[in-house]
Design a protein around this ligand. Structure first.
Ligand code: NAD
Length: 363
């Protein structure tokens, strides 16, 4: 049975013991358990249109029920394709009205990074569960504000790190956990592609562009997941080979992360180089992945002849169902807001080091 926000408002007036809480906190803590969760997508660009909406059709525990858009011209095609009813369509102005819509359980923010904080904080205030795309936000302070807003409203916050839901990525995380080849000595982690666009938010500082928030978080994730550790210091070089396009933000970055065990990771991220690989050298062996961050088809091998390859067509349905099950079963998310924040702290350190001649930045 669905319960509306209004009925909770009434209950909150009657129940004096809980009168100190806001209605949305009550909604979040007492919402009924469902088998399938209604998802509303905020932002209908490339990733929503080509990846997440089609992936929602392949999930067991999610259903695309709502959209939030600033482009009314997109609405008819989305309604026709996904059967979204009129009452579940929102603009950026009446976004908060989702609070009163029992069809929607989860809001998924898929906007340019500079908008993630505002739409996650406003979304959390509706009492709905929040999912947000990577990079979590342009700054660690933004990430913390998003985590705080979700905690205040007693809603979860998951970051769209699709790779962590992929059994092939989980396979190399297991190697370090089980110390199969001893300790990690060195990681090489690269993620880049040639972006030919000239006037996209990825080239705009104000919109949270730059390669570090984009392909950078993948290279960082590769290093963090392969070592199972958090870096303690960074030295970086940020550079641009096409200054006519990348004059506000970095096109490429090469950086070294140092981990508490003494392991180092040499990382590269670029909007100007096609590359996608991970190599881990342990005390007694090695592991290679290529590609390491594809939507599917990630695979690898190890020095003892073990292959890493579980066929995955697309990671997104796995991510969406895992996150829906976390809500349904009241279990922690695999990639909560804190995980997004960890990467953005490293991104900030890379940019600081890059802007200061490659000096060491401690984390
Ligand atoms: P996009 O440019 O294709 O879409 C952005 C959407 O935001 C559009 O619908 C646009 O209309 C809307 N928007 C609203 N206000 C805007 C403004 N002021 N400027 C620009 N756009 C505005 O971008 P995308 O590739 O869909 O990326 C969206 C998010 O998804 C980003 O955080 C990106 O990093 C992430 N993403 C993740 C993956 C992944 O593999 N996890 C892949 C691609 C993108």
């Amino acid at each position: 049975m669905n319960t509306t926000r209004r009925s909770f408002v009434k209950k909150s007036i009657i129940a004096s013991s809980v009168a100190a809480f806001s209605p949305n906190v009550l909604l979040a803590t007492t919402r009924p358990v469902k088998e399938k969760l209604g998802v509303a997508l905020v932002g209908l660009g490339y990733y929503s249109t080509d990846l997440i909406a089609p992936a929602l059709l392949k999930t067991k525990h999610c259903e695309l029920r709502g959209i939030v858009t600033g482009s009314p011209s997109k609405i008819p095609a989305w309604q026709e394709k996904y059967g979204i009813v009129d009452k579940n369509i929102y603009s950026y102005d009446n976004y908060e009205d989702i609070a009163n819509n029992p069809d929607i359980d989860v809001i998924y923010v898929i906007l340019p990074p500079s908008m993630h904080r505002e739409y996650t904080v406003r979304g959390a205030e509706t009492g709905k569960h929040m999912w947000c795309e990577k990079p979590m936000a342009p700054s660690a302070a933004d990430c913390q504000a998003m985590i705080d807003a979700c905690n205040k409203n007693k809603v979860g916050l998951s970051i769209g790190y699709r790779c962590q839901h992929d059994p092939n990525i989980q396979a190399y995380q297991k190697v370090v956990k089980e110390q199969k080849f001893g300790k990690v000595k060195m990681v090489t982690s690269a993620a880049g592609y040639v972006d030919g666009r000239t006037n996209h938010w990825k080239q705009s500082k104000a919109m949270g562009g730059g390669v570090m928030g984009d392909m950078g978080v993948y290279a960082i994730q590769g290093a963090r997941l392969a070592t199972g550790e958090e870096p303690i210091s960074v030295r970086a070089q940020t550079y641009t080979t096409r200054p006519e396009i990348y004059h506000e933000v970095e096109e490429s970055a090469a950086y070294i992360l140092e981990f508490p065990s003494g392991a180092r990771a040499s990382c590269q991220s670029s909007f100007g180089i096609n590359m996608n690989h991970l190599q881990v050298n342990y005390e007694k062996g090695w592991l290679k992945m290529e590609p390491q961050t594809g939507y599917g088809g990630n695979k690898g091998s190890m020095s003892d002849g073990t292959e890493i390859y579980t066929p995955v067509d697309r990671q997104q349905p796995l991510q969406l169902d895992d996150d829906a099950l976390s809500i349904i079963n009241k279990k922690p998310y695999l990639c909560p807001g804190e995980e997004g924040l960890r990467d953005i702290r490293v991104v900030e350190a890379v940019l600081k080091s890059g802007a200061n001649g490659g000096c060491e930045v401690k984390l």
